[in-house]
Design a protein around this ligand. Sequence first.
Ligand SMILES: NC(=O)c1ccc[n+]([C@@H]2O[C@H](COP(=O)([O-])OP(=O)(O)OC[C@H]3O[C@@H](n4cnc5c(N)ncnc54)[C@H](OP(=O)(O)O)[C@@H]3O)[C@@H](O)[C@H]2O)c1
Length: 351
Amino acid sequence: MQQTALVVGARGVIGGNLIAHLEHEGDWKIIGLSRRGGDDTAAVRHIAVDLLDRDDTASRLAGLTDVTHVFYAAYQDRSSWAELVGPNLAMLTNVVDAIEPVAPHLEHISLMQGYKVYGAHLGPFATPAREDDPPHMPPEFNVDQQQFLERRQATANWSWSALRPSVVAGVGLGNPMNLAMVIAVYASMSKELGIPFRFPGKPGAYSSLIEMTDADLLAKATVWAATSPEGRNQAYNITNGDLFRWSSMWPKIARFFDLEVAPPLPMNLTEVMADKADLWNSMVAKHDLVETPYEDVSSWRFGDFVFGWDYDVIADGSKSRRAGFHEYVDTEAMFLRIFQDLRDRRLIPAG
Ligand SMILES: NC(=O)c1ccc[n+]([C@@H]2O[C@H](COP(=O)([O-])OP(=O)(O)OC[C@H]3O[C@@H](n4cnc5c(N)ncnc54)[C@H](OP(=O)(O)O)[C@@H]3O)[C@@H](O)[C@H]2O)c1
């Protein structure tokens, strides 16, 4: 039977790269959900829907009887951890309530999570984090989402899996969490202004251990977990497989952008970059870039969040390897590939 993927959050940095991977695999029928919708291709049909609206979700998903796999990577951003719970749990619930009764061949629901399950966002947590580490004090929307799936799966024919990436790097626009874009735009602006490349995070963040997850690697792992017996009702940390410190990565990124490195200077990017829309617009005109609104390239709040981690942010990725997923990515090569891709697409200046 033809496999049909319902990618929830199709315009996200994770969902968009997942669709690209499924298209590349070639044997999937793909349906993408987001509020913005998108241009259909031979393999992908986009549906614009507000998943917070239970009735809208039910009526727009009513005809999706062929769906075999749900890949859930939608996300509603909020300014506090507690506020994230309601909308993010409601969107998942609305999707499952809508699709379960109409899709008799539903095999699997894949849930995108992250290191927040381990409390990485709260402060120094036990590292390397393992999938079976004990839970922490709520609120935590990733945990509520997983518990919802576990409860529903107990009386269902489908299985679930949960993927726990580190910071995800991929090409995407208009995403609140996009570190590659933060670095690329920050570096391009430093160059435009003729100033050196300074790490803007906390002093301790420069020397702490961190790891990344390439969006394409994550897509491969997500499909592997959703289609392998080892993935059934399991959670997996998914990481590139190497660790680094910004103190060693920053000069390599500087070299790509042909910038001098100067000592770090802690700054609040949300504040410091707030007045840079005119600079961005002038760069778009001068370098003949694709016209992208400044809001769509600036996840500065996320930059402040990640560059504020003055403690190790690492998880143990061995469970997925033991279960049969053996892909890895060189993180330096990943950054440079993404920056080159952004240049080739004329989203940032070429040099
Ligand atoms: N990015 C990272 O570095 C990272 C790292 C670890 C874990 N994660 C986790 O991965 C998940 C996905 O993150 P992401 O960074 O890919 O998010 P994202 O780029 O913000 O994408 C979110 C997606 O959800 C859609 N969406 C939001 N509200 C919607 C609504 N009401 N109805 C329909 N669609 C809606 C958005 O499209 P529209 O705006 O068009 O609706 C978009 O397609 C999150 O749970 C996040 O915590 C992310």
